[in-house]
Design a protein around this ligand. Structure first.
Ligand SMILES: [Zn+2]
Length: 342
């Protein structure tokens, strides 16, 4: 089968080539991949992969949508079923799994990170990783959900859910998670402030319902946020950027506000600003992926048309490197999708 295989680190180490078809282990089903989407972690795997247990060669690609071609005996899945991939192969036995929080499983493996991924014609995963795809979602739209949209869902509605009368600051609008957060914040009626270095992206976000936009190259973010919120600050900050934006993010929070992070694309060691933390009684917490129940809720919201996944550009599998370069240049607005066999 054709697959995007990382044989060694760096751009030259990733090629679209022939690779052996997966042989499903006990309890695994096989999906024919119609579409998958590009995530920041693909760049991380290509260039570093540090801290993620895996061996090369590895097929990249974390999320995807397609149809079942092979299912284990006794499975509710059957060949031809249209499904969306839940990327966490969780153990089902640990304390987190027993509590239904597969995202905190201690021994999970993830497609495209610790096991072969979805930039391939076929992928084998445990049967619980295949969730029915709603008819109203295209393969491409469904393929955007498992990483960016699920991550956004848990950030906004997980530990301390965003409420309709609150204001959220979304840092670095344009990326898949940030754009998904904007759509979800509007879904519940919250007020939104977004930041970007590009006036064009701010205009685009405005078209998606962002109430205010701040260009962080030409404006002072925290100062403007405080002014826009009547001197108070926002209730929640969603920061996927890290070091470069952290100071402004903390200074933009109201007393008792919370900062949620799921990424650190500009570095992971900003100043902690501990005096501000305790004196303003702020909360900072991390979030990554989501549980199967959160995935179900997200898919239901898309089935009802409450959220329509944003697709920036589509690439055939052979052109995956072009998509990765667009992400590397941070040019995308929404998700980059790879058409594998659709
Ligand atoms: Zn587990």
């Amino acid at each position: 089968m054709r697959a995007a295989v990382l044989a060694e680190r760096g751009k030259a180490g990733l090629t679209v080539t022939d690779f052996a078809e997966p042989v499903p282990a006990a309890g695994e089903a096989v999906m024919k991949v119609h579409a998958a989407s590009i995530n920041h972690v693909d760049l991380y795997m290509r260039d570093s992969g540090a801290g993620i247990t895996h061996e090369l060669p590895l097929i990249l690609g974390v999320d995807g949508a397609g149809e079942i071609v092979e299912a284990p005996a006794g499975s509710p899945l059957k060949p031809g079923d249209p499904v969306v991939l839940y990327p966490m192969a969780s153990c089902g036995r640990c304390r987190a799994c027993q509590a239904g929080d597969q995202a905190n499983c201690g021994t999970f493996s993830i497609s495209g990170e610790t096991r072969h991924g979805s930039f391939a014609e076929l992928i084998a995963m445990p049967e619980h990783c295949f969730v029915p795809k709603p008819d109203n979602l295209s393969w491409e739209a469904a393929a955007t959900l498992p990483v960016a949209y699920l991550t956004a869902w848990r950030m906004l509605f997980g530990r301390d859910p965003l409420k309709s009368a609150e204001t959220v600051l979304i840092v670095g609008i344009g990326g898949g998670v940030a754009a998904a957060c904007l759509q979800m914040a509007k879904m519940v009626g919250a007020q939104t402030i977004v930041t970007s270095s590009s006036d064009e992206k701010l205009k685009w976000a405005n078209g998606l319902g962002a109430d205010f936009g701040i260009n962080y190259n030409t404006g002072k973010v925290a100062k403007q946020v405080i002014a826009l919120t009547g001197g108070e600050g926002v209730d929640m900050v969603v920061d996927t950027v890290g070091e470069a934006s952290w100071g402004d993010s903390l200074r933009s929070l109201r007393r008792s506000g919370r900062l949620v992070t799921c990424g650190a694309t500009t570095g992971g060691h900003p100043s902690a600003d501990i005096q501000r933390l305790f004196s303003k009684q702020l909360s900072i917490y991390g979030s990554t992926t989501g549980s199967l129940e959160e995935f179900r809720q997200l898919i239901e919201a898309t089935r009802r048309g409450l959220i329509q996944p944003l697709i920036d550009k589509q690439y055939p599998l052979a052109k995956l490197p072009e998509g990765l370069e667009r992400m590397e240049r941070a040019e995308q607005r929404g998700k980059l999708v790879v058409n594998v066999s659709s």
